[in-house]
Design a protein around this ligand. Structure first.
Ligand SMILES: [Zn+2]
Ligand SMILES: [Zn+2]
Length: 357
């Protein structure tokens, strides 16, 4: 009796230890998105996305105040066409189809419902370029713009870029911004036979970079802090616009704001558009449309590289083996592997101890 009881106590203790060790994993999965639990960000950004919990139980046929805003969001990014002058708050079949399409594109579970993951994704800051939906190659995750435009010059080609002297921000030094963009362009140049060089002659630059506020004349007004962070145009336009209202950061060590956005991550993403890539469904990819404040995503993944090489071919100096390093260095992918291995080690620990105690 006693030994048996001792064994069951040991098992109980081990099970509790297992649960405690596993707790961060559960919490990590349930941690709300930044817009739901961060007061500073909620204050500045949740003007539209307030009290998002009310959407969670909405189903087809129901009516919830604010669904029209989500419909506007879907309309803006390519998931829903406007049939009347305005959208209603009704959860109709077209809306349900748009949700499924959005979930499929963003790599979420296709539930057709406004579940937690979907609403959280909708509230995240993102690129202003509409999402290109997958049509032809369902197995690939990267996409091109309609018509597959690219810069049509003899290879290897050099594209020049310049900064608008009239559309600048004062919060960062010119030299810091130049360094960041040089690094971002170099990432893409390392995988394709295209090089980039900065020019002082902004008017003749192939790629024209500037920071703009609100309505700036191209029909795609910026919306203030967070929301849309930047947008750029498909080849061979070369226009690259960043929202001047963001707290742009080149170093999170010195820029402590909770709404700070990493300039290099956004620059790397927008250069992908300038070269001809649309938004990818791979969450770890640079070309995924959203980026949380204070997140950094500057390394090209396999998906990004395969996409851009399908347009321009490979840089002769490119080593395919380097892609693995790129993927592992991506924060989210690496974080996921750590979590997986923690789970596995917890499980192994319990099984081994159960067998031997
Ligand atoms: Zn984008
Ligand atoms: Zn613009």
């Amino acid at each position: 009796m006693f030994p048996s009881s001792s064994k069951s106590n040991s098992q109980l203790s081990l099970f509790i230890i297992f649960l405690l060790r596993s707790l961060p994993c559960f919490l990590a999965r349930k941690t709300p998105g930044f817009t739901l639990d961060n007061p500073e960000i909620s204050t500045v950004y949740n003007r539209t996305w307030y009290n998002v919990e009310r959407f969670f139980n909405a189903t087809r046929g129901s009516q919830v105040i604010g669904i029209s805003e989500i419909k506007n969001h879907f309309h803006r990014f390519g998931y829903l066409t406007l049939q009347n002058d305005t959208f209603s708050d009704k959860f109709d079949t077209r809306f349900e189809a748009a949700i499924r399409s959005y979930q499929l594109k963003l790599g979420l579970a296709t539930t057709g419902k406004l579940d937690y993951a979907t609403v959280t994704q909708i509230t995240e800051p993102r690129c202003g370029v509409p999402d290109t939906l997958h049509t032809l190659h369902a197995t690939r995750r990267y996409v091109f713009f309609p018509g597959k435009p690219r810069w049509s010059r003899p290879m290897p080609m050099t594209l020049t870029y310049g900064f608008s002297p009239d559309n600048w921000i004062n919060s960062l030094s010119i030299s810091d911004i130049r360094v960041v963009f040089k690094r971002a362009f170099a990432k893409w140049a390392s995988v394709i036979p295209v090089s980039f060089s900065e020019t002082e002659d902004y008017g003749f630059a192939d790629i024209k970079i500037g920071f703009y506020s609100g309505d700036h004349g191209d029909g795609e007004p910026f919306d203030g802090v967070l929301g849309v962070l930047a947008h750029s145009f498909s080849p061979e336009s070369g226009r690259f616009h960043l929202d001047a209202a963001e707290t742009w950061a080149v170093d999170f060590g010195t820029q402590k704001s909770e709404v700070a956005v990493d300039l290099e991550s956004v620059a790397t993403h927008e250069i992908g558009h300038l070269l001809g890539l649309g938004h990818s469904s791979v969450k770890e990819a640079v070309m995924y449309p959203s980026l949380k404040p204070r997140d950094r995503k500057v390394d090209l993944t396999v998906d990004d590289v395969e996409g851009v090489q399908a347009l321009y071919g490979s840089n002769p100096k490119f080593r395919p083996g380097a892609l693995l390093e790129f993927d592992i260095s991506t924060n989210q992918a690496f974080d996921f592997r750590i979590r997986t291995s923690t789970w596995a080690s917890n499980l192994a620990l319990v099984v081994i101890l159960y067998l031997y105690l």
